[in-house]
Design a protein around this ligand. Structure first.
Ligand code: ADP
Ligand code: MG
Length: 252
């Protein structure tokens, strides 16, 4: 497992009579973009929730960067570099883009500082915010209230706020949801720029985006990991086609 920044072993989560994740062993390699796909109800969100600590598994383990974190609280996971969009700070609609970014950076830096440190940190904080915004799709939108952003801009802000936490691993649950085609393409381009810098586990229904982005794809069906492979391997799998579409050729 030396190539893995994050991996699970035999992760099980049951809800009443239903096994939502059924012994999932998944490996996210350093720097890869790894897509997790599967039909509705397959257990994708349940898996992500166990990775970020919002749900405790009934069995199995989660390891991050050489450390077992199965029972670690969510906020501590964020400090260890495992971040999910919206986990720590959510967008405040009546705050500007820049102010929202300020909150995200502050969430990473934490509080409890002496006054001179505090002033210096405040200056550093806004310099960092402005630096991140300048390189982003929101460069010209820093003063705009979050409520006035388009759906695509809001997703870009959400991503930027997660990046402000300086994650090693980013968990993205449907970042293209609700976006038009052009906005989805903008998001794909933005995520492309992160390849190699941060390891990404991406849950996404938009197969065009998945095929454009994913170094590897894992397929989850009824809580079980059917296979992990390249896009070509997944598309060639009769089992995957069967699970998705009852045998129809419609994966892409
Ligand atoms: P996906 O994200 O792949 O669509 P989910 O992880 O949301 O799937 O759900 C997997 C299964 O677990 C579904 O059958 C869903 O109804 C069930 N489920 C998810 N969360 C809960 C919960 N909190 N309580 C009971 N059942 C749940
Ligand atoms: Mg889901």
């Amino acid at each position: 497992m030396s190539g893995a920044i994050l991996y699970t072993e035999g992760l099980v989560k049951r809800f009443a009579g239903l096994t939502a994740t059924d012994g999932v062993s998944l490996e996210l390699r350093h720097g890869e973009i790894h897509a997790l796909i599967g039909p509705n109800g397959a257990g994708k969100s349940t898996l992500i929730n166990q990775l970020c600590g919002e749900l405790m598994p009934d069995a199995g383990q989660v390891h991050l960067d050489g450390r077992e974190i199965t029972r670690m609280p969510p906020a501590e996971r964020v400090r260890q570099g495992l971040c999910r969009t919206f986990q720590i700070t959510s967008i405040l609609g009546d705050f500007s883009v820049r102010q929202n970014m300020g909150l995200a950076v502050q969430a990473r830096l934490g509080g409890n500082m002496r006054i001179m440190d505090s002033l210096r940190r405040r200056r550093d904080l806004w310099a960092e915010v402005d630096g991140m915004l300048a390189e982003s799709a929101l460069a010209a939108r820093a003063g705009v209230l979050a409520d006035d952003l388009s759906a695509g801009e809001r997703k870009q802000l959400e991503l930027l706020m997660a990046l402000a936490l300086r994650p090693k691993v980013l968990l993205l649950d449907e970042p293209m949801a609700g976006l038009g085609h052009a906005e989805s393409q903008d998001m794909v381009r933005r995520l492309q720029t992160l390849r190699g810098q941060v390891s990404i586990l991406l849950v996404e229904h938009d197969m065009e985006a998945v095929f454009a982005l994913a170094d590897r794809i894992s397929v989850l069906v009824y809580g079980r990991l059917l296979m992990t492979g390249t896009a070509a391997e997944v598309m060639a799998s009769a089992e995957v086609r069967e699970a998705y579409l009852g045998g129809e050729d419609e994966l892409c």
